[in-house]
Design a protein around this ligand. Structure first.
Ligand code: HAX
Length: 437
């Protein structure tokens, strides 16, 4: 048994009685109230999901296992010669809640290397898809195609399902998926945009470093990858990709079906695709100005034109956050400390938008949060390093998001979380409750 599985088994054993006690002895305690606006308005803020992997405070932003983003980066063991931690160590922390030792990290690094075998049929499938398929459609298709590899599904079909131990199969599937996602993502990138020339993995590298290598990117893109994947991993349970993955897994669907479904949700423009939209919007705007950085007045006008035409300003606003997203700040800090990036015209424009858009959105008066989210900043870093194919950005988000959602569904199985089944009502019923009928 791996050290990770052993540690997780201890944590799960300690946690189970807490859930059982709450459910059995305090199940009738009222925890939230629901208004008609919440029922109509996308269940916004209704407290109806449990996760201990991350928590999103509207003012403070995300904490992974109780740690802010700077605390997370500071606590985790770093890759030698790099400023950012091993993603493998972050996976350990998401799953167990503890910061791993270097030995524990190294075990995950080796484990993922052993598991990193993309089946040939995945490459064949990706090649068979029309080359103008959206990279998210290709990524999702590759994941669901591998469902036949699921250990959970095999054992379930063989009648070996056991409520107490099925999390081990989920963990196996999750580890197997994590091990191959970077190669699949990089393969999609290389066949679509880099002359159909995939780069074979380098088994000497860590997971983040290997991704940079397979993308064909020199240093410091390896650190960009590590930072990006950690920042995009988890944002508690209610966002579309996390919730979808959890919902599908609640039907005892395996990790492959569940993750693929979550990735499909991430592909929407109000969610992960926003980082593509930010770059599209910003580039179109710069193109219109002949490549020069605009004046404040030109920028304000462009923002108002966008709002007045009924469109959203991509990268701004959030369903939960009510301040600048610390994932935005973290990436901005990376730009500020990286020579070249700091003075890069596109970064200058993104900075100007940061100085201008919150004011415009506040005057516009609709968005509850006028501040930037993670997507307002991530594309410019990719662009600077030559990854200019912005339709690919959501795949990067998806590789990172897999860390969070797979850690969550492993715990879902361990704690035996129930099949999700909210109740729907009719408009008539709402009108009666409102006293209109
Ligand atoms: N530009 C213009 N209008 C905006 C806006 C923005 N950036 N953000 C919110 N609004 C509008 C909404 O469209 C809504 O208008 P209507 O009342 O006419 O429907 C109103 O303000 C109230 O919305 P809200 O309560 O503040 O925001 P929601 O919780 O409904 O939606 C969104 C949150 C992130 C989807 C929203 O802010 C948005 O569309 N932002 C732009 C797209 C974006 O950046 N998405 C990425 C979010 C981060 C993420 O999940 N990444 O994966």
């Amino acid at each position: 048994m791996s050290k990770l599985q052993e540690k997780l088994a201890q944590k799960i054993d300690a946690h189970r009685p807490r859930i059982t006690k709450l459910n059995k002895e305090f199940g009738n305690v009222k925890f939230d109230e629901v208004t008609i606006s919440q029922v109509i308005g996308g269940m916004r803020d209704i407290k109806s999901l449990v996760t201990d992997i991350s928590y999103l405070d509207p003012q403070e932003g995300i904490r992974f296992r109780g740690k802010t983003i700077p605390e997370t980066f500071a606590a985790l063991p770093k890759v030698p010669g790099s400023d950012y931690p091993y993603v493998e160590g972050f996976w350990w922390m998401l799953l167990t809640g503890d910061v791993p030792t270097m030995d524990e990290v190294k075990e995950v690094v080796e484990d993922w290397k052993q598991r990193a075998r993309v089946p040939q049929y995945v490459f064949d499938l990706l090649r068979a898809m029309p080359r103008d398929s959206h990279p998210m459609a290709m990524f999702s298709a590759a994941i669901v195609a591998m469902q036949r590899e699921s250990i959970f599904a095999k054992n379930y079909a063989a009648g070996k399902f056991n409520k107490m131990t099925c999390w081990i199969d989920m963990l196996e599937d999750s580890n197997n998926l994590m091990a191959v996602l970077p190669e699949i993502g990089a393969y999609i990138y290389r066949i679509k945009y880099k002359g159909d020339a995939p780069i074979a993995p380098d088994k000497n590298l860590d997971w983040g470093g290997n991704f940079a290598h397979m993308m064909g990117q020199p240093k410091p893109y390896d650190d960009v990858a590590r930072m990006y994947f950690i920042l995009h991993s988890d944002h508690e349970s209610g966002n579309v990709s996390a919730h979808t993955t959890h919902l599908v897994a609640s039907a005892l669907s395996d990790a492959y079906y569940s993750l693929s479904a979550g990735i499909n949700g991430l592909a929407g423009p109000l969610h992960g695709l926003a980082n593509e939209e930010v770059l599209r919007w910003t580039q179109n705007f710069m193109d219109k100005l002949g490549g020069k950085v605009p004046t404040k007045e030109e920028l304000e006008k462009a923002l108002w034109d966008t709002l007045n035409s009924g469109q959203v300003i991509p990268g701004y606003g959030h369903a939960v956050l009510r301040k600048t997203d610390p994932r935005y700040t973290s990436q901005r800090e990376f730009c500020m400390k990286t020579p070249g990036l700091k003075d890069y015209p596109l970064f200058k424009l993104v900075s100007m938008i940061f100085e201008t858009a919150p004011d415009v959105l506040t005057k516009h008066g609709k968005a509850k949060n006028p501040w930037p989210n993670v997507d307002a900043q991530s594309g410019v870093i990719q662009w600077y390093y030559g990854v200019t194919q912005y339709e690919f950005y959501t795949v990067l988000f998806g590789i990172g998001r897999a860390l969070g959602v797979l850690a969550n569904i492993t715990w879902d199985r361990a704690l035996g979380y129930a099949l999700e089944r909210p109740k729907s009502v009719t408009t008539d019923m709402l009108e009666k409750a409102a006293g209109l009928k």
